[in-house]
Design a binder for this molecule. Structure first.
Ligand code: E4P
Length: 217
């Protein structure tokens, strides 16, 4: 399973990238706002840092404008995935840009039917939002499982990018179901290494090691 980092914070991306944990990056207008950076500048920096796909989202709502924005974002670097919302205008943009050979991430997906449409429009990635479904008392993981089944039934190559990941359990469940990619905030990815028995075990080993009086270096 690939790990994308869901942030526009360069330092956080660089830290995880140095650990080999970054297969790509996703951004959105809210994350650009949070970074306080210019979208074109910060996206270029991320693309220079990371080899994998970097999602940059259009903000127009009419297809012609979305396509123009997508083409402009695509010029930033060869690893840009143009991110479009799951509307008919977004699907038209997806079809146009993927026909031109551009990677496209269709975002704000909340149903299996929406995911089916994105695959038929040639999307490179479909982004079902798990956390936001959980927020309204639905089960985001059911959606990931349904999309997995439907895509496998028909051999669609669109990659399932589990998004709006809020917890480490979302990561485990996405991996179990067979999502191709998860995108998570840096804090969630860092928490994946945590286990109280690891901490406790290390504490005991270090205490015993101190009693040996030995040194390795
Ligand atoms: C995905 O591409 C989105 O940027 C992101 O995962 C949304 O997450 P949120 O629901 O926590 O804002």
């Amino acid at each position: 399973m690939k790990f994308f980092v869901d942030t526009a914070e360069i330092d956080a991306i660089a830290e995880l990238n140095d650990l080999g944990m970054v297969d790509g990056v996703t951004t959105n207008p809210s994350l650009i706002l949070k970074s306080g950076r210019d979208i074109l500048e910060v996206t270029k920096e991320i693309c220079d840092l990371v080899e994998g796909p970097v999602s940059a989202e259009v903000v127009a709502t009419e297809a012609d404008d979305m396509i123009a924005e997508g083409r402009k974002l695509a010029k930033i670097a060869s690893n840009i995935a143009v991110k479009v919302p799951l509307t008919w205008a977004g699907l038209k943009t997806c079809k146009t840009l993927t026909d031109e050979g551009q990677m496209v991430n269709v975002t704000l997906c909340f149903s299996t039917n929406q995911a089916l449409l994105a695959a038929k429009a040639g999307a490179t990635f479909i982004s079902p939002f798990i956390g936001r479904l959980d927020d309204i008392n639905l089960d985001g993981m059911d959606l990931i499982a349904d999309i997995r089944q439907v895509y496998d039934n028909y051999g669609f190559e669109t990659e399932i990018l589990a998004a709006s990941i809020r917890t480490v359990n979302h990561v485990t469940d996405s991996a179990r179901i067979g999502a191709d990619v998860i995108t998570a905030p840096p804090g969630v990815i860092k928490k994946l290494a945590d286990h109280p028995l690891t901490d406790k075990g290390l504490e005991i080993f270090l205490a015993d090691w101190a009693k040996t009086g030995q040194k390795i270096l």
